[in-house]
Design a protein around this ligand. Structure first.
Ligand SMILES: [Zn+2]
Ligand SMILES: [Zn+2]
Length: 377
């Protein structure tokens, strides 16, 4: 087949590795436009499948860019390229995914909120203002919402939320950073939070939850928070009375409580942070890092009795950033398990299991499919 006098080649490309849920298909789509490649791209259970047609030079450059500049979160393990016979594609398209039985595709991990989404949630004129489920191709939940692979919205716990017109426009616009972001959502169409007392009565809706949560924490109450991968138990780290109550209720006499700090500067206010520790703190997994606290540390003894270290993590979801944007620059964020039971993930389960520990529950109506406790380093 010839086009403008140049021979058109057809290549079947299979890319394996962490290539789903990391903006890979939109990336391929943009590359195809740059190099005038026609064909298609789709997720399969084996990896990402690309059919590319174009002249030899364009195909070569397309493949080089693919290898050299993959999306930040992608990790390419292998690229298998085979020559095929040209179909005569007129455009380049992202197709719905195929279902084979071969489940080799890797499920990508959740990714902490990116800078652009952070800007959105703190921008009063953005439609995602104060919305705790804001995400885009570069950030947001993956592993914790996936029910089945390939990673497509219909195989996630986002399938019950029908995109509104604006979200759908962004999802379908190749020049938008939410192009093909599977968990894309906004206050109009996405999941919502609700603040409950320990009997399950709503005390604040999605409009009042943030202020009310701060009030509750300032009053020295204990708040269970349904996060991305499970429940956290939060309270004011500066209130020794509350810390004592939490220890009693959790049956945890001396083990230090992990805390979440607003940002790196706040961490440095309380702890010594080496370069290596700093890298760990800001890494995508947002682990709990054990740090040596400073001598002039002004937090109550009850937070971490008899030791000079402290488990610290940084926010990794919009909900965390919002909670830490008010009167607290640090919160106790201990995992919501009662002694050695697994992390609680469902609302009803939480009220039963954690009702003896927490006074209030900040929950939401998106199902957590796969539990994911904070990692400790
Ligand atoms: Zn983002
Ligand atoms: Zn929407």
């Amino acid at each position: 087949m010839k086009k403008n006098g140049k021979k058109v080649l057809h290549q079947d490309i299979l890319v394996k590795g962490i290539v789903q849920g990391v903006g890979f298909r939109p990336f391929i789509y943009k590359l195809a436009r740059i190099y005038s490649i026609k064909g298609k791209v789709l997720n399969s259970t084996q990896g990402v499948i690309i059919e590319a047609e174009g002249n030899e030079k364009n195909i070569r450059q397309f493949l080089e860019s693919l290898k050299k500049h993959p999306p930040v979160l992608a990790e390419i393990h292998t690229i298998d390229v085979r020559q095929g016979s040209p179909v005569g594609y007129k455009s380049f398209r992202i197709l719905h995914s195929t279902h084979e039985n071969l489940k080799e595709a890797l499920i990508p991990p959740d990714v902490g909120t990116c800078e652009a989404c952070k800007d959105d949630i703190f921008n009063p004129s953005d439609r995602h203002y104060h919305y705790p489920f804001t995400n885009c191709t570069n950030c947001g939940p993956r592993f914790t919402i996936i029910k089945d692979i390939p990673y497509d919205r219909k195989n996630t716990s986002m399938n019950m939320f029908k995109m509104c017109k604006k979200c759908s426009e962004e999802y379908h616009n190749p020049y938008d950073r939410r192009f093909h972001a599977q968990p894309v959502a906004c206050p109009v169409c996405g999941p919502h939070v609700s603040l409950l007392d320990r009997y399950g009565n709503e005390v604040a809706n999605e409009k009042q939850w943030l202020k009310k949560s701060w009030n509750i924490l300032e009053e020295g109450k204990i708040l269970a928070i349904k996060g991305i991968g499970g429940f956290h138990i939060a309270c004011d780290p500066g209130n020794s009375k509350t810390l004592k109550i939490l220890r009693e209720r959790k049956g945890r006499q001396a083990k230090p409580f992990a805390v979440m700090c607003r940002d790196l500067d706040t961490v440095k206010k309380y702890c010594h942070v080496s370069k290596k520790e700093e890298e760990l703190l800001i890494s995508p997994a947002a682990p709990i890092v054990i740090l040596t606290r400073k001598k002039n540390y002004s937090l109550p003894y009850e937070l971490a009795p008899d030791i000079n270290t402290m488990g610290v993590m940084l926010p990794y979801s919009p909900l965390h950033y919002l909670l830490l944007s008010g009167p607290f620059d640090m919160l106790v964020m201990t995992s919501g398990n009662y002694r050695d039971l697994p992390l609680v993930i469902e609302n009803r389960e939480a009220l039963q299991e954690l009702g003896g520990i927490a006074d209030y529950f900040l929950v939401h109506n998106r199902e957590i499919v796969n539990r994911c406790d904070d990692s400790l380093v």
